[in-house]
Design a protein around this ligand. Structure first.
Ligand code: FAD
Length: 307
């Protein structure tokens, strides 16, 4: 019940100001977002890769309001890529981007987002890695998929995300599996109406398995974005049945969540990529993490009260 309330708060400026200023917030934020600057996050990248994990890097931010902010977002990614270059990690460190941060919701937003994301994809390719387009709320997805298709003409490794809770996703998965795309499948983290999305967790889980089967049997590269132990073992079984080798799919989890499981899967020989977010505009990302697990909210509330 709390999840939708927290997701609604994630879009409120008043709540943003209150929560950002509360003493004790920082300590909880740190669990999910290990730094605000490239300098703070580079040692984390080194540490995770040393432990056999791979990364997808997210410079946090979304719902910007001016074209200048979109350019700043582009530049933040370009700086990160520039700093990654000497580490020579190749695809072990890729980027995840939210097109809303690149201007997608502004007037002329589709073209603006494409113009801002393209240099990031080009720079990533120059250091031997790639970019995945995150999925945001359902109203943004037609534009995201069109940008994905456009970028893939020159950079076929560009990935995208699909969300199991949306009714449209089974058809999207069939299309992406047939055209050989890299696709991250997640349950979905936004507050969506019953007209477009399953509201029941079990329905979403069942849809996740159906979509995963399509991806595993297809021509593309499935990225299983989930911490759910049941779905992780179903994914292993489906990969096995589809005759996929360990380098023909990967698991992805968020930084700070089920780290032991990330290391266990990697030790078993699976590719495991950690979605690592950093930056100053962490509010939306942080609130979605609270909404996913009520225990996080209790921990958060306690840390504020005891400060
Ligand atoms: P759940 O059933 O929510 O969780 C299973 C178990 O995992 C829980 O019991 C708990 O032990 C643990 N867990 C899950 N979430 C948390 C948490 N926040 N804190 C502590 N423990 C937790 N969503 C989008 O809409 N668009 C995206 O582009 C997107 N990208 C993602 C990228 C990655 C790599 C991952 C892992 C998730 C992404 N998500 C994205 C979020 C996703 O949609 C889910 O909201 C999130 O992954 C929780 O679902 P779950 O599959 O882990 O299953």
């Amino acid at each position: 019940m709390l999840g939708p309330v927290i997701l609604a708060a994630s879009r409120s400026d008043r709540m943003r100001r209150l929560i950002s200023a509360a003493p004790g917030t920082r300590q909880v934020v740190d669990r999910f977002i290990p730094g605000e600057t490239v300098d703070e996050v580079l040692p984390i990248i080194q540490e995770l890769t040393d432990r056999g994990l791979e990364l997808t890097m997210d410079v946090v931010g979304e719902d910007i309001t001016t074209p200048e902010q979109a350019v700043a977002a582009r530049d933040a990614y370009l700086e990160l890529i520039d700093r990654l270059k000497p580490l020579d990690l190749g695809t072990r460190a890729e980027m995840s981007v939210k097109l809303s941060m690149f201007g997608q919701a502004l007037p002329g937003g589709h073209e603006l987002a494409l113009a801002n994301v393209r240099p990031v994809v080009e720079a990533a390719a120059e250091i031997g890695t790639t970019v995945t387009l995150d999925a945001e709320d359902h109203t943004t997805l037609d534009s995201m998929f069109a940008i994905h298709e456009d970028l893939r003409e020159e950079f076929p490794q560009t990935g995208c995300v699909i969300q199991a809770y949306l009714f449209r996703t089974e058809a999207d998965a069939r299309r992406l599996a047939a055209n050989g795309s890299r696709v991250r499948l997640v349950k979905g983290a936004y507050k969506e109406p019953a007209s477009v999305a399953h509201q029941d967790k079990h329905e979403t889980d069942r849809a996740y398995v159906r979509v995963l089967r399509t991806l595993m049997q297809g021509e593309g590269y499935p990225m299983i974005g989930s911490h759910d132990p049941r779905l992780i073992s179903i994914a292993q079984e489906l990969a096995h049945r589809a005759g996929r080798k360990p380098d023909e799919y990967e698991f992805q989890m968020l930084y700070g969540i089920r780290t032991d499981e990330q290391l266990r899967l990697a030790a078993e020989g699976h590719r495991v990529r950690v979605y690592t977010a950093y930056g100053t505009d962490w509010y939306g990302y942080f609130m979605r993490r609270l909404a996913e697990k009520p225990a996080n909210l209790r921990f958060f509330a306690r840390s504020i009260v005891t400060k």
